[in-house]
Design a protein around this ligand. Structure first.
Ligand code: GRF
Length: 204
C-alpha cells in the first residue's frame, strides 16, 4: 500500500510545516509531503520545504485581485485547487495559511482539508488569536488559551474539531512566553491530527 499523500499550505515561517517534515522523517507521520504551497513569496516555509527537497509552489492572490474580476477570489480558489489536484492529496493541511478558502476550493477536496488555529474551538476566530487571547487574560476574562486542528469549512476557524490542546496562561507570562507555549502545542497537535486523518484513509 502506498503512503498517504500530504499537501501543506503556508503563508509564514513554516514552523508547523517543519514539525510535519520532521514527523515524516522520524516515522511518526505515515505519509509523504508531496507539495508545499505558499501565497507569500517570502514565506520562510518555502525555504524549509526546499531544504527538505519537497516541491514548492508560490501561488499569490495579487494577479487575480489586479484582474478586478468580480469573482477573482473564486477564480483564485478554483485555480489553486486545479494546481493541487494532480498531487492527489489524501489530506491538505492549512499550516499558518492566511487566506480564507471558499467552497470553490473546499468542495474539490471534501473531508480532506484541515486547518490549524491558535485558539480553542469557538474562541477568537480569525487573525491575531494569540494576541487577543492574551489581552483577554490581561483583562481577567480568561486564564487559558490553546490551539486546535479542525476540518476546514467556509466559515472561518469553525468545522468539526479533530484535536485541541488547552494552553494555560501563567501569572508571570508575557505575550511572548505564552505564544511560545501555544506554538509548542501547535507543533504537537498538527502531527497527531494529520496522522488521525491519514489513518482514516486506510493508507497508514
Ligand atoms: C501559527 O500560530 C498558526 O496557527 C498561525 O500563524 C502561525 C504560523 O506559524 N496561523 P508557522 O508559519 O507555522 O510558523
Amino acid at each position: 500500500m502506498d503512503k498517504a499523500r500530504i499537501v501543506v499550505l503556508i503563508s509564514g515561517s513554516g514552523s508547523n510545516l517543519q514539525a510535519l517534515i520532521d514527523a515524516v522523517g522520524n516515522g511518526t507521520l505515515h505519509g509523504n509531503i508531496m507539495l508545499v504551497v505558499s501565497n507569500r513569496r517570502k514565506a520562510f516555509g518555502l525555504t524549509r520545504a526546499e531544504q527538505a527537497s519537497i516541491e514548492t509552489l508560490y501561488f499569490p492572490l495579487k494577479p487575480y485581485r489586479d484582474s478586478a474580476a468580480p469573482d477573482f477570489r473564486a477564480q483564485y480558489d478554483t485555480d489553486l485547487a486545479r494546481a493541487i489536484e494532480p498531487y492527489a492529496p489524501d489530506v491538505i493541511v492549512l499550516a499558518g495559511w492566511m487566506h480564507i478558502l471558499s467552497p470553490a476550493f473546499l468542495d474539490r477536496f471534501p473531508g480532506r482539508v484541515i486547518n490549524l488555529h491558535p485558539a480553542l474551538p469557538g474562541q477568537f476566530a480569525g487573525t491575531h488569536a494569540i494576541e487577543r487571547t492574551f489581552t483577554a487574560f490581561q483583562r481577567g476574562e480568561t486564564a487559558e488559551g490553546g490551539c486546535m486542528v479542525h476540518y476546514a469549512i467556509p466559515e472561518i476557524d469553525a468545522g468539526a474539531v479533530i484535536m485541541q490542546e488547552i494552553v494555560p496562561i501563567r501569572p508571570n507570562d508575557t505575550l511572548e512566553s505564552f505564544a511560545k507555549r501555544v506554538h509548542e502545542a501547535e507543533h504537537r497537535i498538527i502531527i497527531v491530527a494529520t496522522q488521525n486523518v491519514i489513518a482514516k484513509t486506510g493508507k497508514t
